[in-house]
Design a binder for this molecule. Sequence first.
Ligand SMILES: Nc1nc2c(ncn2[C@@H]2O[C@H](COP(=O)(O)OP(=O)(O)OP(=O)(O)O)[C@@H](O)[C@H]2O)c(=O)[nH]1
Ligand SMILES: [Mg+2]
Length: 350
Amino acid sequence: MTDTTPQTPKPTKKPKAPKPLPKFRTIPKAVLEQLEKQAIPKEKAEKPVTRSGFVALIGRPNVGKSTLLNQLLGEKVAITSPVMQTTRHRIRGVMTEDGAQLIVLDTPGFSKPIDNLGTYIVDESQAGLREADFLVLVMDATEAPGDGDAWLVQQATMAEKPLILVLNKTDRLRQNLPLLNQRSEAYQGLFGMRKPVLTLRLSARTGKQVPVLKQQLLKLLPAGPAYYEADALTDQRMREMSAELIREQVLRLTSEELPHSVAIGIETFDETSDPERILIVATLYVNQTSQKPILVGAGASMIKAIGTYARKNIETLVGSKVHLDLTVKVKKNWRKDDNFLKTIGLALPS
Ligand SMILES: Nc1nc2c(ncn2[C@@H]2O[C@H](COP(=O)(O)OP(=O)(O)OP(=O)(O)O)[C@@H](O)[C@H]2O)c(=O)[nH]1
Ligand SMILES: [Mg+2]
């Protein structure tokens, strides 16, 4: 990640050491049993892991959850963009260090669903709340807390898990410490009796204070096995990550409704036919006929640009040459079509 933003000033107070976690796991028994099935038996684990756990990054759209996940891991596993609802799936990032394995769930930002895709997205965020031992609430310090934040704190409190409050984007307030202090107080004021075990001011973009968060998260882990191999970074497959990298370019290069109206289907992901080059054939589905010429662009300029940037990023990800073949198709009102959503992996189990 490029970082040209100057560093934030030192926080006025040192973060307090987190209070110890309750001994029990806060993941519902049925979910935990499911997760335990996935655990790697001790004798098979590459390095002995004695503590492990799941933490979910939750927050309103656009507050920087995915940027924070990438910073925590030091690798890009989630796409990020200034467009609301960039994340549609929950994604797991994995880090294994010094006998501990931390699994960080990046969740889609909470917002009111307006269609079937929206319902799926909210469900993915809710699952993040359930499937975590503790929660990191990410708030945007550049904005005053709103009703959405209050609602979110209420949801998180109801989940009865230890909470960590992260005030993000503090790099943008580095010239205005009084405002940052004011915001910090305002966000902390949203919590009733159930206060966060730790509040941290950081910048997911510059990385400022992110190592402190990581250290504290690792400290909070309860006893547990390894769920992933020691070198695993994420639960996503290359195929899914490639689709996301294509979507990231759509988010970056198009505007207005278009970013929300595009879904990516990977038709082919062929690593074997040509050992020198991976072949990826993908379809970009738009919601309405009128959107197709915009996504294709004059003389196919837009789709070519999306393909060129996405291919470079996919090549970095997979570590080999890629042939990327993109086609634009109209799938009317796909956001409301459960069958279609299922085919591209964006639907609730029926
Ligand atoms: N200045 C600044 N910008 C940030 C910081 N963290 C994230 N951003 C920017 O905020 C925008 C949203 O970041 P994301 O990480 O995609 O946000 P998100 O919370 O995952 O968003 P959704 O997936 O839509 O819920 C991007 O343009 C990021 O570059 C930060 O610490 N400082
Ligand atoms: Mg995101």
